[in-house]
Design a binder for this molecule. Structure first.
Ligand code: TYD
Ligand code: MG
Length: 454
């Protein structure tokens, strides 16, 4: 007999509670708790069949194969996955609605180097809609099957019948299981669906890609519950009104994490960008004030991006701080450091900061760039457009060392820059020679002097 248990689950993070709560104690979201009924099979805990005994294996006697991979046909995607899709793995691809997940997947279907069948299951679009898109993307693969279905039982049957090499679920939020009473897309549904798919596909070594929509603050509904189940988690991000898209690996059981791949959304789908840094800084004006290039590290790859700052007198009341593409709190902190340690009077100035091309960077090594761009705008003195700034800034205004400095400098040199301001502590231990003027600085005042702002 099934006994019904009910729990309240936070739809943002998956936190469970026995009673309803107004605010989630785990992620802090308001009004995010929904009641979900869980059918608990009472026979599973007692009185069930006797389970068979198994003996643990000695690990060093296990003969393991090197993970076999297949190329996706996209070099950028292969990098993010650590050299291609591992056969039999389960990948979660997240991203905001409309960012290009279905487009990317359809293009992978075309380029994937495998001769097996691909089963594309969509709960969002009809076969005609997918066909229209496939025509536009010039996808014309023989053994690409489509199934427009949302019931997991039918999906399971179809996977068993067609025996595909790759299964695509677009999206996990639209698929439901009868056994769970809550609506599709709720945490327990999403969790159940992923677990079911994992069970079906792992048993047959079918590679699976599950698409999941993320909410505004970057969470897939019930994200943590999904992330630990799957082998790799990729996020496709970017601003909807910009054409650049970044594919970020945040978890990978078969390779390094934090790798990124860069794409551009065009009329014919996503195109990979061969040399991201040169694209990111291609539209730089001659020498405007308030702009500087930083060398951020995305995964193991350096990426040069332009930061722009604008300061303007506060007209009324409280000074505004606006950060686009970097953390807001980081900006307010660095503005405070500039005030206190460099004597800039920003208390009556609005400060706007923007990372060009709508990309997001979240790396401390860009701190020095934020400081210099803001100071340059405030003083109205341009920084040379052949200069790059690298360094983390501490609360006392000191410039702290960053990791993998040589990799960053190589990229700076490659793109034809002349000068690079780096932390003194990094400069001391530089092994390689670069065709650059390298200025080592200990604090933000020295950096401002190096950039000609003092
Ligand atoms: P889509 O893949 O449907 O997004 P998701 O599955 O993440 O919700 O992408 C939709 C957007 O991509 C849509 O706004 C139009 C744009 N797009 C192009 O610019 N070029 C194209 O060739 C295609 C197919 C889509
Ligand atoms: Mg879609």
């Amino acid at each position: 007999m099934a006994k019904i248990k009910s729990v309240f689950v936070c739809n943002e993070c998956g936190y469970e509670s026995a009673k309803w709560l107004g605010r989630c104690p785990s992620c802090g979201a308001w009004n995010s708790f929904f009641e979900e009924k869980i059918a608990k099979d009472s026979t599973s805990s007692n009185g069930g069949e006797k389970k068979k005994t198994v003996i643990p294996t000695q690990l060093n006697k296990v003969v393991g194969n090197e993970a076999t991979r297949m190329s996706t046909g996209f070099r950028e995607l292969d990098i993010v996955l650590g050299g291609g899709i591992v056969i039999g793995s389960l990948i979660l691809l997240g991203g905001e609605p409309g960012i290009g997940k279905s487009t990317l997947i359809l293009q992978i279907c075309d380029r994937l180097k495998t001769d097996g069948t691909i089963l594309y299951i969509s709960g969002e679009e009809s076969a005609e809609q997918i066909k229209l898109r496939a025509d536009r993307l010039k996808v014309n693969r023989e053994n690409l099957l489509f199934l427009g279905e949302t019931d997991i039982d039918i999906i399971e049957e179809s996977i068993n019948n067609t025996n595909p090499k790759l299964v695509i679920i677009d999206s996990v939020q639209t698929i439901y299981s009868d056994e769970i009473s809550s609506a599709p897309g709720s945490v327990s549904q999403v969790r159940e669906i992923t677990a079911r798919i994992m069970k079906i596909c792992k048993a047959k070594s079918i590679t699976t890609i599950i698409i999941g929509h993320v909410t505004k603050d970057g969470n897939i509904a019930g994200p943590r519950v999904l992330e630990h189940m799957v082998d790799a988690v990729l996020y496709l991000e970017g601003e909807r009104y910009f054409s650049y898209r970044i594919l970020r690996g945040v978890k990978n059981r078969f390779g390094s994490t934090n790798e990124i791949g860069m794409f551009e959304m065009e009329g014919l789908g996503l195109r990979e960008i061969e040399n991201p840094s040169s694209v990111m800084i291609s539209e730089r004006d001659d020498n405007p004030s308030g702009s500087v290039v930083v060398a951020s590290l995305e995964g193991t790859r350096p990426l040069l991006v332009e930061l722009q700052a604008l300061t303007s007198q506060t007209i009324f009341g409280f000074p505004r701080r606006t950060a686009n593409g970097i953390d807001y709190n980081r900006l307010t902190l660095l503005v405070a450091v500039l005030e206190k340690k460099a004597g800039l009077n920003l208390g009556n100035q609005d400060v706007y900061l923007n990372v060009v091309n709508g990309i997001k960077i979240n790396e401390p090594a860009t701190d020095l760039g934020i400081i210099l761009a803001t100071a340059s705008s405030y003083r109205n003195i341009p920084i040379s457009n052949k200069l790059v700034a690298i360094g983390e800034v501490g609360l006392t205004g000191e410039v702290r060392n960053v990791n993998l400095i040589e990799k960053r400098l190589k990229e700076v040199e490659k793109l034809g820059f002349k000068t690079c301001i780096i932390p003194e502590s990094n400069k001391k231990y530089l092994k390689d020679k670069f065709d650059l003027e390298i200025i080592g600085v200990k604090n933000i005042n020295e950096a401002m002097r190096g950039a000609g702002l003092k």
